[in-house]
Design a protein around this ligand. Structure first.
Ligand code: SF4
Length: 429
């Protein structure tokens, strides 16, 4: 059953899309009509007719044989889309942001989930999505929330500029669009935190626009369907073009989600279950026996490692010293256990052991805390202290951005995963 934002946005754009389908059907009919004179028009010369028929039969046989040996999915795209949508209607995953069949999708839910799903897997996103929806059921609630509350709710999900952009975007939608998202991908792309993929996903899923979002799952399905053997990331544009040729004029959002679900459950990175695949008959990768090798990836540059120290101060009354990181940059404005600078120079990092935020006796906690960011690995040596009530800040401390928080309240703080690892490591020592 087609989904779309028609109830909210019964615009000209939607109507004109509906008209597009018959036009395409029409052009297919014209192509068929052209074949009629060839087969039905009698020729005056008997001998020529026989010859012509003979040649045509041979050509037809050759064509049939070729296509049976190596199917070309781009020629069967309507069939492919209809098979996949049929499968999706029966097998789709239940996700908290996904509208049930026959229900108009909620653009706020679609947008929020797509922002959270950037660089993050579905399993991790589900509890965060549920938390956000229970705290801020409508986009106006989110727009009115404080930056700090949003950072707290986002803590642990990573890529923290997404949280800042989420808030900016919610405010903009409420102030300039009366709380309604624009329906076209081009306009969505102008909003904070929304890139080409997210814009296409929102347009297709929330508003049934004929847009083609291409995420990792879709990339894999398409690379296999078309047996694209050039490596990622260079081949991204080509894969997007291939994916676009498959997008049906109607139910583009369901079709995108069907490919996502197929990629997550059947066309998996390793050992895809091709025997269960509803579109295996058009899959070139499968027919060539190379599906598991696709998509290929160019070898990545190894990530550098940065080193530093973290200073865990726990007072006898149970309070822990936290520091708010500077705005902008990595983990901008998030809370942290005070740390030294992080440097790739191991020797320099050793010297930073002498830069704690409080005066007193610090002792090293055995073992290091390791964490991986997008562009580098981090290795931190942790130091502990039990400071007295009167403990003084050193010159290395950014005292104005420091605060004491009881350890029982730490779960409510905007602490990124790496900082939670440090706290765990220090408390277990
Ligand atoms: S046939 Fe196999 S490789 Fe091809 S799309 Fe289906 S599951 Fe993926």
């Amino acid at each position: 059953m087609p989904k779309g934002g028609k109830a909210v946005h019964s615009d000209v754009g939607l109507k004109s899309k509906k008209k597009a389908a018959p036009l395409k059907k029409g052009s297919a009919k014209v192509a068929n009509d052209k074949s009629k004179p060839v087969t039905k028009k009698p020729s005056k010369k008997k001998s020529t007719t026989k010859k012509t028929l003979k040649i045509k039969t041979t050509t037809l046989k050759t064509k049939t044989k070729k296509s049976a040996a190596k199917p070309k999915p781009q020629k069967n795209k309507a069939k492919l889309a209809s098979k996949l949508l049929k499968w999706y209607d029966k097998e789709q995953r239940e996700l908290p942001w996904r509208a049930k069949p026959g229900v108009v999708p909620n653009p706020y839910h679609v947008w929020l989930s797509e922002i959270m799903l950037q660089q993050t897997v579905v399993k991790t996103v589900i509890p965060y999505f549920n938390k956000f929806i229970s705290l801020w059921p409508a986009i106006t609630d989110l727009a009115n929330a404080s930056d700090e509350d949003i950072r707290r709710a986002w803590a642990g999900l990573g890529y923290y500029t997404r949280a800042a952009n989420l808030h900016k975007c919610a405010k903009l939608i409420c102030e300039e669009y009366e709380g309604n998202f624009p329906i076209f991908a081009e306009e969505l792309e102008t909003l904070p935190g929304i890139g080409p993929y997210t814009a296409a996903a929102i347009a297709a899923i929330a508003f049934d626009e004929t847009a083609t979002p291409v995420d990792g799952n879709i990339e894999r399905v398409v690379a296999r369907q078309f047996a694209v053997q050039d490596p990622l990331p260079g081949v991204k544009t080509k894969l997007k073009q291939c994916a676009t040729t498959l997008t049906p004029p109607r139910r583009a959002g369901d079709f995108a989600q069907a490919q996502m679900d197929l990629g997550a459950t059947i066309c998996t990175p390793k050992n895809p279950s091709c025997l269960l695949c509803p579109i295996s008959s058009s899959c070139e990768g499968y027919h060539l026996g190379i599906e598991s090798t696709l998509p290929k990836r160019a070898s990545k540059k190894p990530k550098p490692t940065r080193y530093g120290s973290a200073f865990f101060a726990l007072r006898e009354d149970g309070s822990v010293l936290l520091h708010q990181r500077p705005p902008g940059g990595l983990l901008g404005n998030m809370q942290e256990i005070p740390t030294s600078e992080w440097t790739e120079n191991k020797e320099q990092a050793e010297n930073m052991l002498k830069s704690p935020p409080l005066k007193g006796e610090w002792w090293p906690v055995p073992g290091n805390v390791k964490h991986t960011f997008t562009h580098f690995h981090l290795e931190l040596k942790v130091f502990r202290i039990i400071p007295g009530e009167e403990a003084e800040f050193t010159l290395f401390a950014d005292a104005e951005r420091c605060k004491w928080v009881h350890r029982d309240q730490l779960a409510d703080e905007a602490l990124p995963s790496v900082m939670r690892k440090i706290i765990q490591h220090a408390l277990n020592s």
